[in-house]
Design a protein around this ligand. Sequence first.
Ligand code: GLA
Length: 711
Amino acid sequence: MRSPFRICTVLIAVLVLIGALSLYAQRPLPALKMVSADSNAQTPRTQLPGHNALLMGADWYPEQWPEERWETDLRMMEAAHLDVSRIAEFAWSRMEPSEGHYDFAWLERAIRLAEKHHVAIVLGTPTAAPPAWLTQKYPETLRVEPDGQRVTHGMRAHGSVTSAKYREFCRRIAEEMAKRFGHDPNVVGWQIDNEYGYALMSYNEEARRQFQDWLKAKYKTLDALNEHWTTFYWSQTYDNWDEIPIPMGEHNPGLLLDWKHFVTYAWAGYQQNQIDAIRAHADPRQFITGNFMGYGFNGFDHYIVTKPLTLVAWDDYVGTGHLDPDANGISHDAMRGLKRENIWVIETQPGAVNWSHLNNALNKGETRAMAWHDIGHGADEVSYWQWRSALNGQEEIHGTLVGPDGKGVPLLEEVAQTAKEFADLQNAFRDTRVVSQVALLSDYDSRWAIDWQRHTEKYDQFAILKSYYHALRKLSQSMDIVSPDAPLDSYKLVVAPDLYLIPKERAAHLAAYVKNGGHLVLGPRSGMKDEFNALLPIRQPGYLAEPLGGQVEQYYAMEKAVPVNGSLGSGEASVWAEWLKTSAPDAEVLLRYGRSNGWLDGQPAVITRPYGRGRITYIGTVLDDKLMQATAEWMSKASDVTLAFGAVPDGIEASRRVGPNGAMYVLINWSAEGQSVTLPHAMQSLLEQREVTQIQLPQYGVAILSDPSKH
Ligand code: GLA
């Protein structure tokens, strides 16, 4: 039986412990770094000289309609305050109706009419849709699927990027378009192809030979390749370059990673072929972009492929359900992080799509809120796909702004209102950018490598990234997602949720960031592999174990959640658990595992150590939401991270852009209920055109606030 005295003593002890822990958690931590949120004074490449700083548009297909209709459409666009339209990206058969015979007269007329109605044009090269005469006469231009089947005509993205013949045709059509429109005053830019983020490859001999040549150029000798891939394993040793296969399914991890690098190289080359053709004839004022597809698409390394482009544009679709500001924010921030510059949303959904498992429409007001959310995350243009759907073709029942009857659908009014707001507030947003104190690191090599060897099917890298993003965005209201090799010195806090590959040079770059006063937080699986996707012959986090003053003793895929507790609080860890060990006397244990698989019991789960002028922290497991929030609070406090705007109720998303004239805030209410927000001090509410200290926001309500005093 328990005696009341013992219960009382235990209770007092627990209370004292909780008190001590909370005092410990609240103790003042040394401010690590002073980072000024100074904006870069230059105009972002996404804001076009002579045009509104914020643009809205719709993607339009004049080739699908009788010419008599064009002016009605353009008049309607103008009335809806739309200023830009992307056209021609699937119109190859209209522009080159037969081999070598080009017809751009119709396109010229469409561009002139658009100009008359103040709609600027982005021209898409049509290479995602080669015409039937081409694929029929030159079947080698068609992709071959992994099962050996050549794709047939009638879908899109059927061309093979590694086909020399196909590239020849692509270069010619891009060149002819550029010759004709490279100096056109109403053409503001170019989009190469369409959504090559799918990164589809051809599995044929031509591609295989190119892969082998690429490997030869990289490794020089087969000995080097065999060594890095450890090919004595399972008798994989290669004695001739032409023995090396294209990987299909499971394969040697070194070969898998090199294949991805080759895919990146192939797409970058395919893109460069068209960039060169356009640049030779186009005004420098015309930008060149591609339409990428958000964080989730990792077919190739987007940092490399987007490098030669003027700006990054992406296609932002919700599909089923409603906008999740965190998930969508991650894609925006990751796309913005590719070139560390503002972005365009060159396609977004007008109400509903046609390709998801449930094509529900966004609620009334949600489309407007989403457009402002885009701006808050650094977009300078938002375009709806599409203006009006063709009367036949695979996408007839996708959402549009104009119905089959040629009249605006109900959503057009909401889009027109938002476009008017963009136009009215464009001066306030001119030269503004997102400037963040916190960065998450995202690396394509690590993403691929973990996904090939997940070790537990519960290891969901996106869910892990999102848990950090959610917790830290609440505490900063502004996040960047960048490459681990990007300059990091402007950040107070840099978090790498699962940076699996940390080769020597990368480790030195990260260690230098810490030495200079940054706080680097590494998540589970960090620093296990080198750049060849081979295990490092040092314990995790590899070359960063020394600065950390600790290492991973062993890792475990978890069958179920286990308790963890310490100065950051208590809760559960799941999915993945690493038994950490400290070696440096100044390394501190912040969380320990409770009773678990025996190996982990009582062992460190989170450790931290001051290093140089900064700090390095290792989180060896996946924390539950509450503990993640507490850990994020500790991280941001330890790094002196401050809110970009100020305290807001749950459900309100606050974003900030900074420019030479101060800060612009975008506040959006994503919760189902109306919310009241008290401002940190009086600001100008630009949509209401008055000074405010408090605002009321209904569901999907938006406030745009300006604070010239903040930079
Ligand atoms: C993509 C494509 C468009 C269209 C839309 C439909 O974004 O680029 O051509 O198919 O999807 O949602």
